[in-house]
Structure formats: C-alpha cells, structure tokens
Write a protein of this length. Structure first.
Length: 481
C-alpha cells in the first residue's frame, strides 16, 4: 500500500498549530490543517464518507471531519475510530454544508494513536447523570459540561490574579502545613509522616504526631493569619491556594479541600473591604462572561435557564449592604415560616440567606456587623449598641442560589482587645505570639476576606453541586481519585 502521509502523533507545544477553536473561528476554505483530539461520534454514510466529530478541549464545539472511504486501506485503518478514541488527522478546510458549522475538514490522511473499545468506553453520546460522572472523574472532563466547567474555572482563576495584580496586590504563598486553626472551629486535618521506623517508635510510646514538627501540625483552614503578616509589611496582599476543612457536612456547597482567595489590606476598614469584595465579584464574573461566551451560553441553555438574569443582577446593581441586626428584623417581619428560628445572636441559615437574596432583594446582599458570639477571635469589636449587644466588623457576601461566597472582616488591631478575645475563646495568646506581635509593632487598621473559588464557579456556571466544579472533589468518604 502507499506510504502513509499520516501526521505525527506529537507536535511541539511551542508551535502546535491552530486548535479546533481557532479553526472554527478563523480557518478559510482551501487552508490545510492538522488536528489532534478525541472522537465524540462517528457516522458512516452510504455515499462513501465517514463523518467524525472531533473535540480537542479548546472549546465546546467539535470540528466535523469528513473521511472519504477511498483513502488507502480505509476500512481497516478506520476500524478503531470510535467514540473516545484519539485521532490525528490532516486535510483541507472546506465550507460546510451543515447548518451549525461554517467549516469542516476534508481528511486526506489520519492516524489513531489509541482506540477505545466501544463495548467498554464508559462515556456514551447520551446524557449521563452527574452522579454517574463523579464515579468516572478521570473521564468526565471529556464531557461537554465538565469541559466547559474546566475552561470557566481556568479563566476565572486567571481573572482573579489579573484583578489583584492590576491593583498592585502582592501574591503571598502561605503555608499548607500549619500549627494554627485560624477559624477556631476545630476542623483541622492532622498531618503525620508515615515512615515505618517512626511508626514503630510511636508504637513504643513516642508522640509521633508532635515529633516531626515539634508541635501538632495540620492542613491550613485559611491563609489569613499569614496573609496579615505580609499585608502589614508589604501592602495589599492576596493568597490563592488549596484550603482544607475536616467538616463532616455532606452538602452541595462544602468540600474538605477547596481553593480560597484571601486578600488582606492594610490601612483599610470594613467599608473598604466590602467595596473590594463587590468589585472583585463583579469584575471576575464580567471577565468570564466576556471571554467564555460559548461555554456560558451552554450553561444558560443546559444547566440553568435563569443564569443570565442572575448574572445581570450582579452586573447592573450595587450589592445590598444590610447590617445583621436589620437582617434579623427583616426576616422576623417577613411573614415567612422558616424551619430554623430567626433570633439575634444566631447564624443565618441557608433558608434565611435565600429569602434575602432570592425572594426579597433579588440580588447579592452583604450582611455585616455580626454578633460577637458567632465569629472568630480576630474580628474587630464594635462599641455595644443601645441595647448593650456586642457585634464585630464582619461581613458575608450572599448571592442567589449559592448563598455565602465571601466571608471577611476588619481585623482587631488593638493588642489588648485581641488578647482578651483570644482568652475569652480559650485560645492561648502564646500559641499565636507572632500574630499578636503584629499589634505590638506598627499596628494598623486592616481588613480582608476569603472567597471560595468553587462557590464562585457555581455562581457563574449555575452548577448545583460543588463536587462538579472541582476536578477531583474531596468529601467525607471520597478521596480515591
Ligand atoms: O467564612 P470563612 O470560613 O472565612 C475564612 O476562612 C476567613 N479566614 C477568610 C478571611 O477573612 N481571610 O471562609 C471563606 C469562604 C466562604 O465564604 C466560602 O466561600 C469558602 O470560603 N468556604 C468553603 N468552600 C467550599 N467548601 C467549604 N467547606 C468551605 N468553607 C468555606
């Protein structure tokens, strides 16, 4: 048979040639092109042509390849072209007769680096449930929904860095292994080193957990305390990294491992903090809408029909700013019958958040100045109100459907007040001596917040379950892959 002119399976990543996204946007009839990707579907026509939908991950759309059956040894060489197989093809761009596509590739030669046994390949053309796809986390990025989520998450991450870098923030890399429990909620995963010899030593009576670091260490629940160190030395700072919570809650909003963005700003109060959080959410959401048009149209059509409306409300209106005490009054006089009682001093429950954002205001709401009793030690204490109730300068950004996406506060910069609050919460100030010292030397008012990346991805995509917006979700009982 004739020598193969099939394109090589490898190409330099520095000059890979146009992606499917680029070809669909810009290629002209007569251009020659090489594509590399995975087969979504194959259809053979009686007219001696095979039609293959090829996806390379660069966009939601597939490129249609037309393979004439008179290519050398076609029947045999094309046998492994089935759903899921990888395919490299070369040919000429031609105008497409199809309704939804401008161009297609008339293939002159091809190679199949890896087939995919059709009897075993777990992804079929039909729609699979998200529950099923979670069990094949290694293959689900090949589905339309998870490809779109991955691209949006990537673009969002880029927009987040851009937002802070454009405003002169410094990205500080805070540790993953730490000895502090920033939120004081006891949700820290313990870190141990599993060396056989050390284990034997521990079995013989040593305290192994303490041995390696000389102190009980765990995985960080927040980079805030360390971010404060950098912010009070170097100016506006942010962290962006993995965060861990040993929180035994099986909800569509909680993960044991998630990514948190935490800006920290010196010479800033709660009002400045709320301004920053609002600008941050608006800017990053707008950026993704502008840069991921095709994926965003997919989410609006297939995942949540009300998505454009929700996102327009974010773009078009100032976020409502509502003191906690007023939120309680509003909920009490709402006439709604809530499952959980509304009472000053208690945290807002999901049903209360939904009433505020979805029923009452129909847009994001920033609730601020929460009761001291339900918030961590580091938040700045307000003067008591006329009724003697004590609050702290905390704020939560609540959004429709997802609920809380941001939690932040102005920090307590007065050393004596901070130390008193630590003691009141059973935290030994000596265990955080370095944090206290930020108040001993050159203390300044400062503020910051934390935003969970996954909740922002949920907001932007309309995806209901947080397990479906992170590549490999970690939840109670789930860490295999
Ligand atoms: O409200 P949180 O616990 O605040 C802090 O950790 C502060 N130290 C942040 C700061 O001021 N620097 O968490 C902040 C955000 C939440 O609003 C939520 O978006 C996300 O982190 N988050 C989670 N996301 C997924 N799964 C979980 N288990 C989460 N816990 C918090």
């Amino acid at each position: 048979s004739a020598p193969s002119t099939a394109p090589p399976a490898t190409v330099s990543p520095l000059s890979p040639g146009p992606t499917v996204a680029a070809l669909l946007a810009d290629a002209q009839p007569g251009d020659s092109a090489v594509v590399r990707g995975w087969v979504r579907t194959r259809r053979d026509s009686k007219a001696g042509l095979s039609f293959v939908e090829l996806n390379d991950g660069s966009c939601l759309s597939n490129l249609q390849l037309v393979l004439p059956h008179d290519l050398p040894d076609f029947a045999e060489r094309a046998t492994p072209i089935t759903t899921g197989a990888s395919l490299v093809a070369t040919g000429e761009i031609v105008a497409s007769q199809g309704k939804n596509q401008r161009v297609e590739l008339r293939v002159s030669d091809f190679a199949v680096p890896g087939g995919a046994d059709p009897d075993r390949y777990p992804l079929q053309k039909k729609r699979h449930s998200f529950e099923y796809l979670r069990e094949i986390a290694h293959l689900r990025p090949r589905s339309n929904t998870f490809g779109a989520v991955a691209r949006v998450r990537n673009r969002l991450s880029h927009a987040i860095h851009e937002f802070f870098q454009d405003r002169g923030f410094l990205w500080a890399h805070t540790p993953i292994i730490t000895t502090n429990d920033c939120e004081g909620a006891g949700e820290v995963f313990t870190v141990t080193a599993l060396q056989a010899a050390k284990l034997a030593e521990a079995a013989a009576g040593g305290d192994f957990v303490r041995d390696f670091f000389g102190k009980h260490a765990g995985l960080t629940v927040s980079g805030q305390l360390e971010a404060e160190v950098y912010a009070t030395s170097l100016g506006p700072t942010y962290t962006f990294g993995p965060t861990f919570r040993a929180e035994n809650s099986n909800t569509p909003r909680h993960l044991a491992e998630f990514w948190m963005i935490e800006p920290e700003v010196p010479f800033c109060d709660l009002e400045g903090d709320m301004d920053l959080a609002e600008a941050f959410v608006k800017t990053t959401v707008a950026e993704v809408r502008a840069r991921c048009e095709e994926d965003m149209a997919f989410f609006a059509q297939r995942i949540d029909k009300t998505l454009p409306q929700t996102l327009d409300a974010i773009a078009d209106h100032a976020f409502v700013r509502l003191p906690y005490t007023e939120a309680i009054d509003l909920l009490k006089s709402s006439g709604e019958s809530f499952e959980y009682p509304v009472e000053w001093g208690h945290d807002l429950q999901t049903e209360h958040e939904r009433f505020l954002t979805e029923t009452h205001f129909k847009r994001p709401v920033i609730v601020h100045d929460y009761p001291v009793g339900i918030k961590p030690f580091y938040m700045r204490v307000n003067e008591p109100d006329e009724q003697g109730r004590e609050t702290v300068r905390a704020m939560d950004v609540l959004v429709p459907r997802v609920g809380e996406i941001v939690g932040g506060s102005q920090r307590e910069e007065r050393e004596d007040v901070l130390v008193a609050r630590m003691k009141a919460q059973g935290i030994d100030p000596a265990s955080l001596w370095w944090y206290v010292e930020l108040r001993t030397y050159g203390s300044v008012p400062h503020a910051g917040f934390g935003l969970g990346l996954e909740r922002l991805v949920q907001l932007v995509t309309g995806m209901q379950n947080v397990r479906d917006v992170i590549p490999f979700p970690r939840t109670p009982g789930h860490a295999e892959f």
